[in-house]
Design a protein around this ligand. Sequence first.
Ligand code: ARG
Length: 575
Amino acid sequence: MQKNSYLDYKEIIAETVETALAEPGLAKEAIYALLEYPPDDKLGDLALPCFQLSKLLKKAPNLIAQELAGKIDPAPYFAAVKATGPYLNFYVEPVPLVKAVLDSILTYGSNYGSRSIGGGQNIVIDFSAPNIAKPFHVGHLCSTVIGNSLYKIFEFLGYNCVGINHLGDWGTQFGKLITAYKKWGSAEAVEEGLIKELMRLYVKFHTEAEQDPALEDEAREWFRKIENGDEEALTLWRWFKEISLEEFQRVYDMLEITFDSMAGESFYNDKIGAVVKELQEKQLLVESDGAAIVNLDDYGMPPCLILKKDGSTLYATRDIAAALYRKKTYQFVKALYVTGAAQSLHFKQWFKVMELMGCDWAKDLVHIPFGLVSLKGEKLSTRTGRVVLLEDLLKTAIEKTLAIINEKNPNLVQKEEVAQVVGVGAVVFGALSVNRIKDVTFSWEEALSFEGETGPYLQYTHARACSILRKAGVSPETMATFTPEKLHEPAELRVVKTMYLFPEKVLSAAHEYEPSIISRYLIELAQNFNGFYHECQVLVDDQDLQQARLVLVWAVKTILATGLGLLGIKAPEQM
Ligand code: ARG
């Protein structure tokens, strides 16, 4: 990966202010962290609040701002440096900005915004992880798309990501399923109904077990058989798993998501013994009602359950075994776990257990929680019980998009492909468009609209930029040179300033594990670009102006495609 460096005004300001400050001053890094983008561009493009300096220098912040304004020479990067109350405001000089930003994008192309800070170190991302014999429902959508996006973001920053699908393919539920299958199922019915039949059996088990608690014992017995390698039990379990994986694969194909490892919970079955032994040796395991637990009273948490009374393992046990295995196998610098916020306590508990086991790297385990997804007007979708299947949701999105295309642009070539990319993109963007911890209500009208803050809007803006470039007969070679002085309209500068921010946004999205920083940024870029397109004509008589504007269009198109790519969304050239 090439070593990219981008124009960084914060860096320039931090250096200038550090020099301008007399002793005792503030270090460059500290100044850097204080810099803000003012909410109103009348207040400049960047601002240094002087409150913290005021404490240090024992001087009024207004006075510090004034003194610094007097000392700092704005040239060549700034047109002016002014004090406004306690703030020191910097006004960017357009030409160097336009030149640096557009040159960067022309040079790096689809790598604009990437960095090599990861240095090839490994980050393990545990995401998606649907449960075998249960439907792949909308709740798993967030884990899948957030995890996939984080994967792309960290790769873009020079890390080597390992995507793991920690399939829920182990646990007492399989004992229940086998019990139910033996009592009320048949091979034909399962072949015919697939996951839906497995679901029916599972639900039936629960209703029947309410009347007949002995069924629970039977189920436990079957799960024990699975854990002990009983051939009949294992064969059934494998079969159920195959059926489920086939369905999951159809969804991953639609989303074009792949994993580096499909090692699910069952993979750790033969690694549990060592974990239990280690916990015993470290005297962390205590007996409680016949079960083995790690007491977490001192940390204000309920105990972490390691072994049940009958010796069978639990979700947390398998997570601990998996973390130890992954550390050994991948030497990760971070291990991310993308699941719903409902599992926050589970992760806190077993992370603490790892810490108590003396794993100093327990601090590198990060839970990435997200809120609930619900559907508005869900009767439009096929339902299995109370859940909406992700596969049905994606298919509906594609169908609806095709209908929109047929109405708006019936002669579009490769309509089906475009409908696929736009329909899927709408769903993915819908899940990534707000802060992940917020609950999302997915509505068809909103998600599929070409005008709102949606995936299709971004894709449409990208396609529009492509069409402008196509009409102008632009090719990568003709994009090499331009005259930055030509771009000075407010609408043009707004776009350039937004493009300047892209590398920084990618970094923040990684630091905060928050793909929505990129999705919101792209909306702003697209809105500013559409504003520019509305106000400034691109194809004009002045050849230098036209060339500069075409470079700007090219640059926007490039960032839109890169940014959408980081969200796991494709950007078609026509739609
Ligand atoms: N299968 C689990 C679920 O559907 C998610 C697994 C998440 N990963 C993990 N290592 N615990 O809730």
